[in-house]
Ligand binder design. Structure first.
Ligand code: A5A
Length: 465
């Protein structure tokens, strides 16, 4: 089902694996269930670690933004106007100043940072927060993919003394997200969005796009060079070494719940989730195989191994008495636990355990005293296997196309395009696909697929979420 009806598979897995409860009576808002929330939190700690290693500090700004601040940068508000939820009343009293639920936090953060930054010595400043934001999306909403309350919005904001430094920061952000998606074994391509699709208020936007099993692309991260577009209206100034003043140069970059969606969609299979050891709520589940006559020894042995492994790993021991081992196997496979350890009377006699790998569905016998060593290697192996499988499927969905007639709607098409808006728009109208933008890491001589002008620019077009 994953391959021929991805959407159905996806909705089913979100429910069955207990990621979200989708029955909340407001469109585009969902409830995180404990299991889903653990996965999400593990993913957040990975990005936090990477950001902090790159010198970012965490902050937390208010959810409500006064209307005058939200309107301060004209392009920004133009882009978000239609998507803003407004708080207009306190009790039954009309508020003097309307308050927006943040659709993103530039206009909440920047007036305050303007008070913090005085001199070049305060720069660069790199901060981030993980918050919920609200966007009144009019396109079809989908769990974790297109939300009206984005609950896992990680936004970083950086402040610099020159355009060169801001450009360098864009490169650092690309490295940060590469590390992050590599750690999650999510394949990506990096595209510079066409001007008409950049972040409202940015000079330019660079996006990470992945490909879902149905061939549609999903934007999973964006990096924006804001130049001085916000620092001027928000008056974020600093004193330079020579005593003169300049407005700061800024970047911002963000990810969302879409990262969790990608982990589910890209690694999952027909039997459910397939989780990487790094993000799985439990890395190992132990299922004692109980028969009446050997119950005591099996339970004792299982508890011993449970305690031993819990020192190093996140382990769950499934002691439910009203479920058969078979239904427990099925249950934990659906939940994507990377390894299952089965312990039965025969294993105990032979001084081994049986280990089942979720990703390949192999069953292996392992000597009792070398379990830890074996698991460490297996975890690496699982990561490498999932990563290479995901990248292989990803690459299979990318085609190099030289003529308009050959464009494939179920794939990402790489084409020469001169870069003029008119050629890009023509292409979107003609194919019904979206111009993802210029590949930042690829060039090849050819002629624009629309106007035939010579160019070495490679653009990617695809159907996207
Ligand atoms: N302040 C900057 C970082 C910003 O807001 N950029 S953004 O608008 O591009 O959003 C950041 C990321 O959030 C996007 O790359 C996309 O992956 C995700 N995102 C945007 N709208 C979303 C929605 N309605 N539901 C889920 N994720 C969304």
């Amino acid at each position: 089902m994953k391959d021929n009806n991805f959407s159905e598979w996806y909705n089913e897995i979100i429910e069955k694996a207990e990621i979200l409860d989708v029955r909340y009576p407001v469109k585009g808002l969902y409830i995180w269930l404990p299991y889903g929330l653990r996965i999400r939190n593990n993913i957040i700690s990975i990005i936090k670690q990477i950001l902090e290693a790159h010198g970012h500090e965490e902050v937390l700004f208010p959810l409500l933004i006064p209307e005058n601040l939200l309107r301060k940068e004209s392009e920004h508000i133009k882009g978000f106007e239609e998507q803003v939820y407004w708080v207009t009343k306190g009790g039954d009293k009309e508020l003097n100043v309307k308050l927006a639920l943040r659709p993103t936090s530039e206009t909440a953060i920047y007036p305050i940072v303007a008070l913090w930054i005085k001199s070049h010595k305060d720069l660069p400043l790199k901060i981030y927060q993980v918050v919920n934001v609200f966007r009144y999306e009019t396109k079809h909403t989908r769990p974790l993919i297109r939300l009206r309350e984005i609950t896992t919005f990680k936004e970083a904001h950086t402040f610099h003394k020159s355009m060169e430094e801001a450009e360098e920061q864009v490169k650092e952000a690309i490295e940060i997200y590469k590390k992050f998606f590599d750690k999650l074994a999510i394949p990506y391509m990096i595209n510079r969005r066409p001007d008409w699709d950049k972040f409202p208020g940015a000079l330019y936007t660079i996006a990470f796009d992945t490909i879902f099993p149905d061939g549609r692309t999903l934007q999973i991260a964006t990096i924006h060079n804001l130049g001085q577009n916000f620092s001027k209206p928000f008056d974020i100034k600093f004193e330079k070494i020579d005593g003169s003043f300049d407005h700061v140069y800024q970047t911002c970059y963000g990810i969302s719940d879409r990262v969790v969606a990608s982990v589910i969609a890209i690694h999952g299979d027909k039997d459910g989730l397939v989780l990487l050891p790094d993000i799985s709520p439990y890395q190992i589940v132990i299922v004692p195989i109980i028969y009446k006559d050997s119950k005591k020894i099996v339970l004792e042995n299982s508890m011993e191994i449970y305690k031993r492994l819990s020192k190093k790993y996140r382990v769950y021991i499934d002691l439910r008495e009203d479920e058969t081992p078979g239904s427990k196997f099925y249950y934990w496979e659906m939940k994507g636990i990377p390894l299952r350890i089965e312990i039965g009377p025969k294993d105990i006699k032979e001084n081994v355990v049986t280990i089942f790998r979720r990703d390949t569905k192999e069953r292996l016998k392992v000597e009792n005293d070398s379990i830890e060593k074996f698991i460490n290697d297996l975890f690496n192996d699982i990561y490498n296997n999932l990563r290479s499988k995901a990248w292989k499927r990803f690459e299979e969905k990318i085609v190099r196309i030289y003529s308009l007639n050959d464009i494939k709607s179920g794939c990402v098409n790489e084409i020469n395009l001169c870069g003029k808006d008119s050629c890009g728009k023509y292409l979107e109208d003609k194919t019904g696909l979206r111009v993802l933008g210029e590949a930042i890491d690829k060039k090849e001589h050819g002629s624009c697929i629309v106007c035939k002008e010579l160019t070495d620019k490679i653009y990617r077009i695809a159907k996207s979420y």
